[in-house]
Design a binder for this molecule. Structure first.
Ligand SMILES: Cc1cc2nc3c(=O)[nH]c(=O)nc-3n(C[C@H](O)[C@H](O)[C@H](O)COP(=O)(O)O)c2cc1C
Length: 391
């Protein structure tokens, strides 16, 4: 990110997960309940494992806030791990471990082997403690702060699930034009899918796969409504909004592919059926786009239409019927470790991807509108909108 910066810390079974977010303007009111609501959304979803029954994620703020309002200094968010109490013998920050709980049979698809090679260790425990998706708690908490800033400028980000395994939501069942309706329908589903019929099929599919000791992935979609035009840049990697969004989303564990707008389908069609015609709404004194196949971004810059992208999540790597692996110590063939695990985390990944998109858009918004304070950003926003109407 260019104006905002997010640093996270925390082991999966350590005392807490921490996010330090710098660059947020002063004067932004935060709602603790809204941050906690996103943390709970991340925890939920049909197909999650036993950990979620232990944790009741709630945010604490250690810095950057006074009376619920940002000070313009770094915001430090902390979410305690309840499970730490049971893991003290393994993960106490000071006492030498009395139960080191080594993980010596790396799981294909997880970070265990690559991380053990990176650290030069025959025990992947230190690797998986940090590579665990528990770290996404920090991103979701910081993303909720980013969403509060976006909301001040009329933007809303909605993540939902399009498919799990080969069960796919029907396009016509999704209220994609209406942020509130899409969010309501997705949140009413145990798998965060706004098509109720597909949602029921997805749950049945998860049951069958769980019974077989296997796991699934899927596709999530994130739509950002109300994004002003002009965010991003045309040329450099760190300026182009599409590249920044893709990098942010691909940095979520297990998300392996991203498309902005109808990218992959468009690659098979003719230009005349892909590019979105340009119209002018004289009443609103604004340009309009009757279609939005581009995903709200042209030339690396937001064009005023909703920004939307999709991301593919691979199946969860921890299998209860594990794949072949090799013991890091003996080098003998052995079954991969089978830690407590989710069967499916696509509904949670939609929430994490939503946070990644919100942070990226908030960063680009701060870049566009400058300002150390929300008041300054508002003034710049009004001036910008006025200039656009007079264009
Ligand atoms: C919200 C969420 C929950 C996840 N839960 C698990 C899990 O319970 N077990 C597991 O093996 N992987 C889980 N994963 C996936 C792993 O974190 C991921 O596959 C691993 O860190 C390796 O990174 P990579 O898939 O990007 O290569 C989860 C991912 C996300 C986004």
């Amino acid at each position: 990110m260019r104006r905002l910066r997010l640093v996270t810390a925390g082991e999966s079974h350590g005392p807490a997960v921490v996010a330090v977010l710098t660059g947020m303007p002063a004067g932004l009111t935060l709602d603790r309940a809204a941050i906690d609501a996103d943390l709970r959304r991340r925890q939920g979803g049909y197909g999650r494992g036993g950990r979620q029954a232990i944790e009741h994620d709630e945010v604490e703020v250690l810095a950057g806030l006074r009376g619920g309002v940002t000070l313009g200094s770094p915001v430090c968010l902390v979410v305690r791990n309840r499970d730490f109490d049971r893991w003290r013998a393994t993960m106490d920050p000071w006492a030498p471990p009395t139960d080191p709980a080594p993980l010596t049979c790396p799981r294909p698809g997880h970070a265990d082997l690559a991380g053990a090679l990176k650290l030069g260790t025959r025990d992947a425990r230190p690797v998986l403690e940090r590579a665990s998706a528990r770290a996404t708690v920090a991103r979701v908490a910081a993303g909720a702060v980013a969403k509060a800033l976006l909301a001040e400028f009329g933007a809303q980000v909605v993540g939902h699930v399009l498919s799990i395994g080969d069960e796919v939501a029907a396009d016509e069942a999704l209220p994609r034009d209406d942020a509130r309706a899409l969010r309501r329908a997705a949140e009413a589903s145990p798998v965060r899918c706004a098509d109720p019929a597909a949602s029921a099929r997805m749950c049945a599919h998860i049951d069958a796969v769980r019974a077989a000791g296997d796991t699934l992935g899927g596709i999530v979609e994130v739509i950002a409504f109300g994004v002003p035009p002009g965010l991003g840049g045309y040329a450099e990697e760190e300026a182009r909004l599409d590249g920044r969004l893709a990098a942010a989303v691909l940095s979520v564990p297990a998300l392996k592919g991203v498309e902005v707008g109808e990218a992959f389908a468009a690659a098979r069609r003719r230009g005349s059926t892909v590019h979105d015609p340009i119209a002018y709404d004289a009443g609103a004194r604004a340009f309009a786009r009757p279609t939005n196949r581009a995903g709200g971004i042209e030339g690396g810059v937001s064009n005023g239409a909703p920004v939307w992208l999709r991301a593919a999540m691979k199946p969860i790597p921890t299998l209860q019927r594990p794949l072949p692996s090799v013991d890091l110590q003996s080098k003998e063939a052995a079954a991969a470790a089978a830690e407590r695990s989710d069967v499916v985390a696509v509904p949670a990944a939609a929430v994490v991807a939503e946070a990644a998109v919100a942070l990226t858009l908030a960063d680009a918004l701060c870049e566009k509108l400058g300002g150390d304070s929300l008041a300054e950003m508002r003034r710049n926003h009004e001036g910008y909108l006025k200039a656009l109407r007079e264009l």
